[in-house]
Design a protein around this ligand. Sequence first.
Ligand code: AMP
Ligand code: ZN
Length: 479
Amino acid sequence: MHEIQVHNTLSGKIEPFVPLEAGVVHMYTCGPTVYDFAHIGNFRTFVFQDILRRFLKLRGFKLIHVMNLTDVDDRIIANAAAAGLGIREYTEKYVQAFFADCRTMSVESPEHWIRATENIQSMVELIQKLQKKTYTYDSEGSIYYRITKFKDYGKLSKIDLSGIQAGARVDNDRYEKESARDFALWKAPKPGEHFWETTIGPGRPGWHIECSAMAMKFLGETIDIHTGGIDLAFPHHENEIAQSEAATGKPFVRYWMHAEHLLVEGEKMSKSLGNFFTLRDLFGKGYKPSALRFALASVPYRRQLNFTFDGLQQATSSVERLRNFAARLKNEKFPAGKQAAMAERIAKAASDFDAGLSDDLNTAQALAAMFDFVREANIAMDKGEFRQGEVKTAQEFLATFEKVFAVLEDNDAEKLEALGYGGNEGSPADAEIEKLVAERQAARKRKDFAESDRIREVLSERGIILEDTKDGSVRWKRK
Ligand code: AMP
Ligand code: ZN
């Protein structure tokens, strides 16, 4: 086994990973802001942290991992008020959708799921600590953090603070580096907004205090790993450090790990740009959860990932190749005996796989180790050189792989059905079929036969037969 090394945003370096308490990893992940369905960009980050936790477990660590649900922030407050709903009522739908999405994407449940709205008292107490240490000031019922008082402010995101005006404030939870300002810990209620009545006055927490308070409550004052997408490094994580370290005087996080963005045509996939797909958008087009998970996991987390349908199609084939190989190992009759060279080959593949993941979670290298092996083993099988004696070790290697990548088990159909794609004993709804048929017609019209064949295949896999008629129209029926 190789030494585990990770990139720490705080130092800007690759460092050996050693948890504070031997054998146990305390880890915090900023969860989704539940004001809408998550998009696949969000899931790039969630799949990354899932691969990380699965790898650490594979390497024998006990995980104490917390993921929060940000169920109160500017956008939630605004949307809930606009919809005339309470916060809980408004967010519940998206919380449940997120849990379902995680199950579909084989993103393991962390040891603790926690909601911001259930931890308001811890946030109030943390703000009081900061008040006592004079890191705060009040203005019109809100409480702000004075960033110039915290001498390390900017150490994570390396921002230049020379132009900062003392006392300039920002009320929004999300803002750019250029507007680094004193930020709100506690916000006075505006008319019609939901608020909590507390010892520090009526109001609601800022987004940043939520994660500081919850991380320390569940994991202690110094935690091993904190993950999130790169856009959270500033201001969110910078502010988490300022709050936590000012309150405790101790280092808050030992390893900060940030996932680079998923892009669409060179731009970050985001709600505000409108260039996003939810998981359901892709499943509605017939793509499988395993293919999406593979596509998101296959590019190492510190590299930007450009999302394309071609890439997703390739991921589909890659997963198929692996599943076919696993089926071959299970079903084929190989000649009896052992072959030392193949035994060595498997050991090398397993070692290369571990080396890849140990090297700052280099998933591309780990996958290359697997695919090189599969190619060579398939050739050996075709030539009758693969022996029975190697089946078990090869299967063990696949099982190790599966513990981290989780794409081999062929459970896509069940997952899609659980999400409501299927109904009718696994058959897609009529509207969904009509949509795919129309997309196939459009592809045929522009002579994109690869795409029209793909759609036919997708429909066929889901039990739908197409009949092209003489007049160019298409009829479909369930098998
Ligand atoms: P949010 O719900 O906006 O707080 O985001 C949830 C997680 O998704 C955070 O860790 C974000 O950094 C991450 N995220 C948002 N957009 C992207 C993207 N395009 N690519 C990768 N991660 C993202
Ligand atoms: Zn957070």
